[in-house]
Design a protein around this ligand. Structure first.
Ligand SMILES: Nc1nc2c(ncn2[C@@H]2O[C@H](COP(=O)(O)OP(=O)(O)OP(=O)(O)O)[C@@H](O)[C@H]2O)c(=O)[nH]1
Ligand SMILES: [Mg+2]
Length: 374
């Protein structure tokens, strides 16, 4: 799926750039860089080099220091690189300065994530949502930018519904943002009606939420046997929530909703634009919070998940913490997790281990008077 490279056979070549700020452990920087690498590959480019700078704080003008920018420019020339990807959201002026100095396309983490969402957006609603997020991101970056994207070619950072609008002026973009918001709110009304029907039906709703790539869709696929649910070893395979009805012997029908995964440094424009999709979660009786049991930065990612849940307003909802992919874990890792999280469920959605126990837990939790519907 090389949507961005229709005009060239060759994959875009990227250098990744990150800062290691004071007191940040190197392993955390490496983990974030691994994630950035995966995002880059998901977007269809190839990583040829990585540059990390140790600094107290980002340079307000160029993010990395001036000397490092020189070094980066040399690397870009030496490795025949098409674009440089920064692991944080750059300010509009950092972006412009870096572009002028490096003379290559500069992409930040936000843009990369927006780009992947644009590639995967399948429904008309997600297309509108991603266009809105892209325009919100673009708007403050237009003024005096003089950025001629055709000079920099297509590919990452230029994809999706926003593409043709990049050269239009601010007023047009603002107008478009208003139109998009209106259209989205109409769609959201329709969704609201369906949702209230669901709530009225009295069928309990369980939302599967959590970090991206933790196996949420694999779990829904396993309990429904529904093969069309997309499961991929990629970040953000799922962009629209999908609800399926499952019959539980001790309880009757329950609706399970698979949702968009979260990520660290999730762009705010994206949360805003996807709010109506994420709001589905508000109507659930129970949350299954999915984490990858083998992840070495579990606590970091759990924190991200908690922040997003809080932002949506469901931080206090009844929940079951689910550690998935236990088939990839050592015995000692599992023991360690079990003693730290004694009420969590441990499963392998892929192989089925622990899934019945989890379903039993779902049943018994939904039967509790404080969780039960109506
Ligand atoms: N080994 C192992 N792999 C798993 C397990 N569950 C899921 N996977 C794999 O993990 C990858 C991600 O699975 P998905 O179900 O797409 O994950 P997701 O949480 O829905 O991801 P997004 O929709 O991208 O947020 C796939 O390659 C799955 O095959 C598991 O229990 N064990
Ligand atoms: Mg998924």
């Amino acid at each position: 799926m090389q949507k961005g490279n229709i005009n060239s056979q060759r994959k875009e070549r990227a250098i990744l750039v990150a800062l290691r700020l004071k007191n940040t452990p190197i392993r955390l920087v490496d983990d974030l860089l691994d994630e950035l690498r995966m995002l880059t590959e998901t977007a269809g480019a190839e990583v040829v080099e990585v540059l990390v700078q140790h600094r107290e704080k980002p340079d307000p003008a160029t993010y990395i220091g001036r000397g490092k920018v020189e070094k980066l420019k040399n690397m870009v020339d030496a490795f025949d690189v098409d674009l440089v990807i920064f692991d944080d959201e750059l300010t509009p002026s950092q972006m412009m300065n870096l572009e002028n100095m490096i003379e290559k396309k500069i992409v930040d983490r936000t843009q990369l994530i927006l780009d992947i969402f644009a590639m995967h957006a399948g429904t008309s609603e997600s297309k509108l949502q991603i266009e809105l997020a892209q325009l919100e991101y673009l708007l403050p970056r237009l003024r005096g930018h003089g950025r001629d994207l055709s000079r920099l070619g297509g590919g990452i950072g230029t994809r999706g519904p926003g593409e043709t609008k990049l050269e239009t002026d601010r007023r047009k973009i603002k107008k478009r943002i208003t139109v998009l918001k209106k259209k989205l709110s109409e769609i959201s009304k329709g969704r609201e009606i369906r949702r209230s029907k669901r709530v009225k039906s009295g069928i309990p709703i369980v939302s599967i939420v959590g970090y991206t790539n933790t196996g949420k869709s694999t779990f829904l696929r396993r309990i429904t046997g529904y093969e069309e649910i997309e499961v991929e070893d990629k970040l953000f395979s799922t962009l629209v929530s999908r609800t399926k009805r499952v019959f539980l012997r001790g309880l009757g029908y329950v609706l399970f909703t698979d949702t968009v995964g979260f990520i660290r440094k999730l762009p705010h424009s994206l949360i805003e634009a996807f709010k109506s999709t994420l709001e589905e979660i508000k109507y659930s009786n129970l949350l299954l919070i999915f984490m990858d049991a083998g992840d070495s930065f579990l606590m970091d990612k759990m924190e991200t998940v908690e922040e997003v849940l809080k932002e949506i307003g469901v931080g206090e909802y009844p929940r079951i913490l689910v550690f998935n992919k236990v088939d990839l874990c050592t015995e000692s890792r599992l023991n360690q997790l079990e003693s730290k999280f004694p009420t969590a469920c441990f499963i392998s959605a892929l192989h089925g281990y622990g899934v019945n126990d989890l379903i039993n837990r779902v049943e018994s939790t939904l039967k509790k008077p404080e969780v039960a519907v109506g």
